[in-house]
Design a binder for this molecule. Structure first.
Ligand SMILES: Cc1ncc(C[n+]2csc(CCOP(=O)(O)OP(=O)(O)O)c2C)c(N)n1
Ligand code: SF4
Length: 286
């Protein structure tokens, strides 16, 4: 019988009060409630403060490269379709250096979950401006204030063909857990962005600030998350306010349902490397 503590591998060393604690706690509850065995789960993280999540969580994992979280996670899933695969990125990892992978993963629709921890800053590297930082945001990389429009990752995800798009807040861990649970049950690529304050480097986007700008579409009886037009409009309807909840969901075949029907994934093939073949390959590199 699995217990909640079985998912806790190590005590985190994130700064006290960091939003990542809310995500860590919500995520452990999700794995526990879905009864996923740690050996049946793989967490692939990028480089950044968020990247430590897979070391603290008891499951298989890969602390990968900055911006390359998604290709690795999709490779893991396609090689072993029986694993629950969750990738974790920061807003820099996902929307800056990894943006190309983000767009193509959404349209590809591999059955996995992608958690993007949005603290509107580069946390690990000491607080530089990120693609989601607000206009005029002052940081070591923009001492005169950022002059670039912040990017709305979820609206971009909708345009790129995302099949499950949601946003939670680390200050509301119950809703966050239910969104991640729904994402993990979704048959396809599920994106869950988490608004997550960086209490050390971002003194603007605090818990109070996020609380004051979010509105919850889950509480709106007139909101229909299967209606793409409504989902599109929700981003611009409320000015600077940010929607949270399940923003969009559609049912369509996953990448592996279409590309691997009836075929064994790599992890289940009886592959025996032949010495002769490997030597020939090595000769090419001599
Ligand atoms: C290819 C590459 N470029 C740059 C870096 C330096 N770097 C490490 S983490 C990071 C940004 C981290 O910000 P984010 O992805 O938002 O994660 P957070 O630390 O906020 O969780 C950068 C630029 C790197 N490690 N590798
Ligand atoms: S630097 Fe910011 S994001 Fe990183 S652990 Fe500290 S509070 Fe969290």
């Amino acid at each position: 019988m699995l217990k909640l503590e079985d998912y806790h591998h190590q005590d985190p060393t994130w700064c006290r009060g960091c939003g990542l604690y809310g995500l860590f706690s919500a995520f452990k509850k999700v794995a526990f409630s879905l009864k996923i065995k740690p050996e049946k789960m793989s967490i692939i993280s990028g480089i950044g403060c968020h990247g430590r999540l897979n070391s603290y969580f008891n499951a298989y994992g890969f602390h990968s490269l900055h911006g390359r979280t998604l290709p690795i996670a999709q490779g893991v899933k396609l090689a072993n379709t029986q694993l629950s695969v969750v990738a974790v990125s920061g807003d820099g990892d996902a929307y800056s250096i990894g943006l190309g992978h983000f767009i193509h993963s959404l349209r590809r629709n591999v059955d996995m979950t992608y958690i993007v921890v949005n603290n509107r800053i580069y946390g690990l590297t000491q607080g530089q401006t990120s693609p989601t930082s607000r206009m005029n945001f002052v940081s070591p990389s923009t001492p005169y204030g950022s002059k670039e429009q912040p990017l709305e990752g979820l609206q971009m995800a909708l345009a790129a063909g995302g099949s499950f798009i949601a946003r939670g807040f680390s200050g509301a861990p119950q809703q966050l857990a239910s969104l991640i649970t729904a994402g993990m049950k979704h048959k396809g690529f599920s994106l869950v962005e988490v608004l997550s304050p960086c209490v050390t480097h971002n003194k603007i986007d605090t818990y109070q600030l996020f609380k004051s700008v979010i509105f919850d579409v889950d509480k709106d009886p007139n909101y229909d998350p299967t209606n793409k037009n409504k989902a599109w409009k929700i981003f611009s309807r409320h000015g600077d306010k940010l929607p949270v909840g399940l923003i969009y969901k559609e049912t369509r075949p996953s990448f592996e349902e279409q590309s691997l029907p009836g075929r064994k994934p790599l992890a289940f093939l009886d592959l025996v490397p032949e010495a002769g073949k490997i030597e020939k390959i090595l000769e090419k590199f001599e």
